[in-house]
Design a protein around this ligand. Sequence first.
Ligand SMILES: Cc1cc2nc3c(=O)[nH]c(=O)nc-3n(C[C@H](O)[C@H](O)[C@H](O)COP(=O)(O)OP(=O)(O)OC[C@H]3O[C@@H](n4cnc5c(N)ncnc54)[C@H](O)[C@@H]3O)c2cc1C
Length: 481
Amino acid sequence: MTSRAITRRTALGSAAAASTLASLSRPVHAVTQSDVLVIGAGLSGLRAALDLQEQGQSVQVVEGNKRVGGRVLSLYDVPGSPEAGGNGIGAGYGRMLDAATKYGAELHNIADRAPLMLARDLVLDGQKISEKDWPDHPKNPFKGPLKKIMPWSIVPVLASTKNPLGKNYEDWYDPKSFNLDISLADWLRQQGLDEAAINLAFNTNVDHGQSADEVSALMIFFVYAWGNMQRDITPRATYAAKGGNMRIPEAMARALKKEVHFNKAVIGIRSDDTGAEAVCADGSVYRAKRIVCSVPTAVLRTMKIDPLPPAIQAKAIRTLGFQILTQTHLVASKPFWNEDGIQPSMFTNSLCGNVLAQHFGKTPEEVTSITCWARGWQAAKLDRMPEAEAKKAVLADFERIRPAAKGKVRVAGFKSWYKDPFACGDWAVWQPGQVKEFILHLSKPHGRIHFCGEHTALSNRGMEGAMESGERAAQEVLAGI
Ligand SMILES: Cc1cc2nc3c(=O)[nH]c(=O)nc-3n(C[C@H](O)[C@H](O)[C@H](O)COP(=O)(O)OP(=O)(O)OC[C@H]3O[C@@H](n4cnc5c(N)ncnc54)[C@H](O)[C@@H]3O)c2cc1C
């Protein structure tokens, strides 16, 4: 499903961009000039822009959306302002923590709330299976000691205890590790899991790709080695911005001397010996000595890039995988979980996916909202429906599993990252073989165009990866300007 949609988008995007770029010599709108143009006001773009501004460059940021933050999206109108995007800020997120302090977003440590969110019940085919009954349950497909482990912990346990990278997470992009760039499914088979076990442990609520066959084991080793490093930092901490993580990019944007230009969807970028320019869907043109482009690859592949990047980089942009992910945020008028004996959070094999209760009230115990994470097959199903229908489908599924919730929950927020034209999906997913083929090429500067974004980060992931990449792109620009 994903690849068909991408092809259609690519074709449309390229055609539109090509016709606009063809008219570059006589722009229909005034040309805006700066030293550096940054495309995208997510964390990576804002970090690049602020670093460059500090070094005396005049920087213009253009943003396709009408807000800053990109894949950091706090739902301010849902109780507790839950995150529909970037969530936990780890204890080792130095750049994120610095940015919050430097630009004035207040943080709080939510480490005591995270375990409450993750305490969940297993619900398979609509039936709760208790942790006590799980080891001997007929639906348990695991063997030996793994039988005692709940399905959502199987991959974390294996990818932590048997991780070939050990603690050296940065080795993931070292050619000496490229023999590990096989599918996660193959690696899980090597660990003794059969298809039913892989299906329940990974594919049912998939967090990278569409299935274990479509994600590189090497990427997963990096994810866990890096994540465990964050977890093991003492004192233990997970931070969030008070009022919502979007407060951080908002504070960063306020520190820019030139205001972000919103609703500027870039459809084409060009670089030559004299400078670089970007053309927006509304016909406006931005010229600069250098461009920093922070958009995800699933968006970048819809843009016209002139001249074309080298073949291997172009292939990376065209084919790098991404997560499809759709969230439904529910708010309960009554604590129905006291009636049915199932915890507010659940791991299900149904449409509502992995259900996580949010605890952003006055006390850690208070459940402010409940997020249904649909990824992989669930997200693909929901993304084929109009939004109103998808919301109804999730709610109906939730109430089917938990009749006690009937009439006591409403859908208060909904976000499909795949349908968002400025994201076209969630985090980058390196497919088997792609680390080896692309990692040294994807983020290389192309003429006067520099690339950042979480997909280009090497040493960090998520929000911290985005910041790392913005910092790196700014340094490249300064070296070249
Ligand atoms: C559901 C979810 C949960 C997450 N959880 C975590 C977590 O717990 N911890 C963590 O560290 N990370 C997490 N992340 C990941 C983290 O949010 C992202 O890695 C990070 O925010 C990406 O930043 P970025 O700058 O690379 O990209 P983006 O935030 O996507 O920024 C790109 C910007 O470019 C703009 N843009 C796109 N196309 C165009 C165009 N054509 N013209 C102009 N502008 C354009 C976009 O609107 C956007 O503002 C999560 C993400 C999601 C979605």
